[in-house]
Design a protein around this ligand. Structure first.
Ligand code: CA
Ligand code: CA
Length: 167
């Protein structure tokens, strides 16, 4: 009886670990592996962070914020609008494609990257939205809400530092 319980417990732990591993694998950057008639003529070798498929076309947003599109294009569903940058999401339907533009949390200077160049802008964001928008009118003050509690304040500092160091 006890041996059966331990075995069941071990199996549950293994399932949880596999689920965590699968989720972890979904958050990285990688290449697209495709097959069939539509996988031709585009660079799918690296940097892809997600996929979307339409009827006869496909889309892959990349880590640099651009979108790679390929396949049927008779209604321009693969013609990504210029500038092809700052996309954070993508979807495809039968005859259309849609992309969500934005900047990642912590990208306080709107260059689509989160790094040391965002520190000054983050500090300005902590001073308040008026001061922030006077210096960064095309950016989003709420990107400083790193801990995602709905407020930009000092409680976001630790999360911002962790974001910068990759924690
Ligand atoms: Ca930035
Ligand atoms: Ca916050």
């Amino acid at each position: 009886m006890r041996r059966g319980f331990v075995r069941l417990l071990c199996e549950c732990v293994l399932v949880v670990l596999l689920a965590v591993g699968a989720a972890w694998g979904q958050s990285g950057h990688g290449s697209v592996v495709g097959w069939g008639q539509q996988v031709v003529g585009v660079d799918l070798s690296k940097g892809c962070v997600a996929m979307a498929g339409g009827w006869f076309h496909s889309l892959a947003p990349k880590a640099d914020g651009s979108i790679v599109a390929w396949g049927r294009n008779d209604l321009h569903q693969c013609d990504v609008p210029i500038p092809n940058e700052n996309f954070v999401g993508v979807a495809a339907g039968e005859w259309f494609s849609v992309g969500l533009k934005g900047y990642p949390y912590g990208d306080m200077n709107c260059d689509a990257a989160v790094n040391g160049f965002d520190i000054d802008a983050f500090v300005v964001a902590l001073l308040g939205p008026d001061e922030y928008y006077s210096q960064y009118p095309d950016c989003d003050h709420t990107n400083a809400d790193i801990n995602r509690d709905g407020v930009v304040n000092g409680f976001d500092i630790d999360a911002f530092v962790e974001l910068l160091i990759g924690g």
